[in-house]
Ligand binder design. Sequence first.
Ligand SMILES: Nc1ncnc2c1ncn2[C@@H]1O[C@H](COP(=O)(O)OP(=O)(O)O)[C@@H](O)[C@H]1O
Ligand SMILES: N[C@@H](CC(=O)OP(=O)(O)O)C(=O)O
Length: 448
Amino acid sequence: MKVIKFGGSSLASAEQLTKVLNIVKSDATRKFVVVSAPGKRDDSDTKVTDALIAYYKAYKNGDDVSENQNWIIARYQSICDELGIPGTVMANIAADIKALASLPIADNAFLYDTFLAAGENNNAKLIAEYFSENGIKAKYIHPQDAGIIVTPEPGNAQLLQSSYEKINYLNDLEETLVIPGFFGVTEKGQICTFSRGGSDITGSIVAAGVHADLYENFTDVDGIFAAHPGIVDNPASIAELTYKEMRELAYAGFSVLHDEALLPAYRASVPLVIKNTNNPSHPGTKIVAKRAMTGNPVVGIAGDGDFVSLNISKYLMNREIGFGRKVLQILENLGIRFEHMPTGIDDMSVIMRNRYLTKQIEKSVIQNLTESLAPDELYFEKNLSILMIVGEDMNEHIGVTARAAKALANAGINIEMLSQGSSEVSVMFIVKSNQEKSAIKALYQEFF
Ligand SMILES: Nc1ncnc2c1ncn2[C@@H]1O[C@H](COP(=O)(O)OP(=O)(O)O)[C@@H](O)[C@H]1O
Ligand SMILES: N[C@@H](CC(=O)OP(=O)(O)O)C(=O)O
């Protein structure tokens, strides 16, 4: 049996849903269908999830929410009308969207998550009905009934391990199950979402839970390209990637698959494939435990912006036992996670994502580190991007980093920092964000 997940781009309109119906119908083993909220119909459009965020903000501010409600309801309505889906479903969806504006605001840590989850939840109801009307014996199933029980961390839910056993019972149901992605339910029954893009995570969890033969993730491109298609023209498409390679690429900006979506499938040994709803006969990209090496040491080049480096220098730092621990302890006390930590003899840099910092947190970091470690120099460096060249075959090739560094030098790009883990699956370069795109282009030209 297969788990098949459709992203928002595949569910944005009636035209897209017709393709989805045909894809599900064409293979009787596609039994578990995980769906996102309707995405953008074109570049200028708004994702339903983003419209729900605007609705939430208006509601919280005490503003008039009728325009927000009407816009969201109209999105579903136009899909229902075009597909001829019975009005009872639409009435249910409209009531659900409106009811959000009667939820308590005070002491409700899960209010934002409840708003956002409505996008996928209502879409799943709509799609189950559409399937049922068109020859598929389908059933909508809420994550609570599917056994997707998560930790109570708003916007960052993690699945409880005990959920897998419950999810496995879905195998006993005979219908094609339509499951909303992106959220689970806490043990106390609160709606709690994964981080943005998290429907990919639901797909992987269900695939692991039901022990699927394959997790098919349908999107709007022919699989995964060796570089972001918005940066490199016509990038090469990748036939096969290992889980490790995909994890590195997803972390560093290949937004086509959420980086947390690999682990459940990987642990359960379920292979993944990324395919195109608009071109389903294309084989797409397979993600597997082991792949045949192609001769090119680099399989993909990713880049992600908005990183910050906390730079710390102190003469004779290397002789001060516990220096690194104290730095990390201070960050931990302030609830800051770090991404990388390149070091020199007398200096260390801690790379973090800017979105986790506020002016107040930055001030506390500087104050605590100054008091505790009396560094010679201490400052935040902003507007940095990380670039990763990724490939499991890199450790069999000499000179990959040299080639990358030369390509960057020839393009006039300064490498701010450089780091390579011992597993040699990737090499990371840090550059100024305004050079990120030209750096990706230069690296792509060198390796492809
Ligand atoms: N290396 C890459 N290969 C393919 N697509 C990529 C890559 N990097 C970024 N993308 C982008 O990811 C998009 C698909 O992901 P996403 O927007 O999450 O789709 P969905 O709505 O189907 O979940 C593509 O349209 C493409 O622009
Ligand atoms: N709709 C949610 C979750 C998601 O995974 O969406 P998509 O599959 O369209 O990336 C979001 O926008 O974050």
